[in-house]
Design a protein around this ligand. Structure first.
Ligand code: NAI
Length: 244
């Protein structure tokens, strides 16, 4: 494989799908990962029809061993791993005083522990290749905290600590690690907002609209570029100017 190989988790829909399409357009070989094979197949077909390079893999990122294997198998198959975008994530919102242990643990497992495992597994092939670009998708909730999101905000804040630590450990080896922290983006995750809610939210956003997956994909493309090697350990907030 002479193209740079990029794993994108949660690529079946929403922000991850946008990131996968953008990285493929930029000449990367994209390994699109999620649970839903059908949606991944349609993404792969879309990318290939547009002249890009893509393969897909189903993996439940709630299963740490499966995440570890997935990263190892991709690196072994291609003899390299250049880019890792940990994007898959879930919410299980509820007020702190009513939040169950199970809802806290599940969100930490999917949104933070899986990111740790993928980063650890990616370190080895990236060190071998003397090159790596890691982007972990955080959230403004992880920077500011948010009502009803004690679990999610904790996980996303944890992703920032993990990413900054990785950046410090591997920076001298040609590997960068950064967080992209989106605000409100129109995906299934924010589908609970009706048209009126969206209008109200948009009124508070400086640029006057909710984000779209392409807005986040542009930031990921920037941070994973070959010439982005001097940007590491950063949290790039992409929220259209959203006061929390
Ligand atoms: P989405 O719900 O549309 O897509 C989530 C993706 O993650 C899907 O591809 C889904 O299959 C995958 N996924 C979830 N659990 C998985 C598991 N156990 N195994 C494998 N794949 C799994 O969500 P969206 O909005 O595209 O979110 C993507 C990322 O952006 C998440 O990390 C989310 O926390 C973050 N984010 C989203 C915001 C928004 O407003 N939509 C705001 C801030 C952050």
């Amino acid at each position: 494989m002479d193209k740079r190989v990029a794993i994108v988790t949660g690529a079946s829909r929403g922000i991850g799908r946008g990131i996968a399409k953008r990285l493929a357009k930029d000449g990367r070989h994209v390994v699109a990962v999620a649970r839903n094979a059908e949606q991944l197949q349609s993404l792969e077909a879309e990318i290939i029809a547009a002249g890009g390079s893509c393969e897909h893999r189903t993996c439940d990122i709630a299963d740490g061993l499966a995440v570890q294997r997935m990263v190892e198998e991709v690196s072994e198959k291609h003899g390299r791993l250049d880019i890792l975008v940990n994007n898959a994530g879930i919410t299980k919102d509820g007020l702190l005083m009513r939040m169950s242990d199970a809802d806290f643990d599940e969100v930490i497992n999917v949104n933070l522990r899986s990111v740790f495992i993928a980063c650890r597994a990616a370190s080895r092939p990236m060190l071998r290749g003397k090159f790596g670009r890691v982007v972990n998708i955080g959230s403004v909730s992880g920077v500011e905290g948010n009502k009803g999101q004690a679990n999610y905000a904790s996980a996303k804040a944890g992703v920032i600590g993990l990413t900054k630590s990785m950046a410090k450990e591997l920076g001298a080896k040609g590997i960068t690690a950064n967080v992209v922290a989106p605000g409100f983006v129109e995906t299934d995750m924010t589908a609970f907002l009706g048209p009126d809610d969206k209008k109200k939210v948009a009124e508070h956003i400086t640029v006057g609209r909710l984000g779209i997956p392409e807005d986040i994909a542009a930031a990921v493309a920037y941070l994973t570029a070959d010439d982005a090697g001097y940007i590491t350990g950063q949290v790039l907030v992409v929220d259209g100017g959203l006061p929390m």
